[in-house]
Design a protein around this ligand. Sequence first.
Ligand SMILES: [Zn+2]
Length: 87
Amino acid sequence: MSRRRPTRAELAAHYAREWLAERDAAQTVPCPTCGVDVDETCQHLDGSGPLDRQPAHYRRIRAAADLAATRRTATGPRPPEPRSSPT
Ligand SMILES: [Zn+2]
């Protein structure tokens, strides 16, 4: 099984999609780090404007992921998903 290496353009598109998806997901919760509300973009803590390299502060991304997991659990049985053991 030989996998073709993705081109730089394909990689860039892939990461751009993931980045936007991560920002969208993170913005479903307020940010515990910089304090912005739902649907607002995380701000640099030094006041220099919205985060640009990161989709959102790490704690916000984690909070959004935890919330999504809670919602899945609350609305029914969780689909079986292979989980890697925590390291
Ligand atoms: Zn933030």
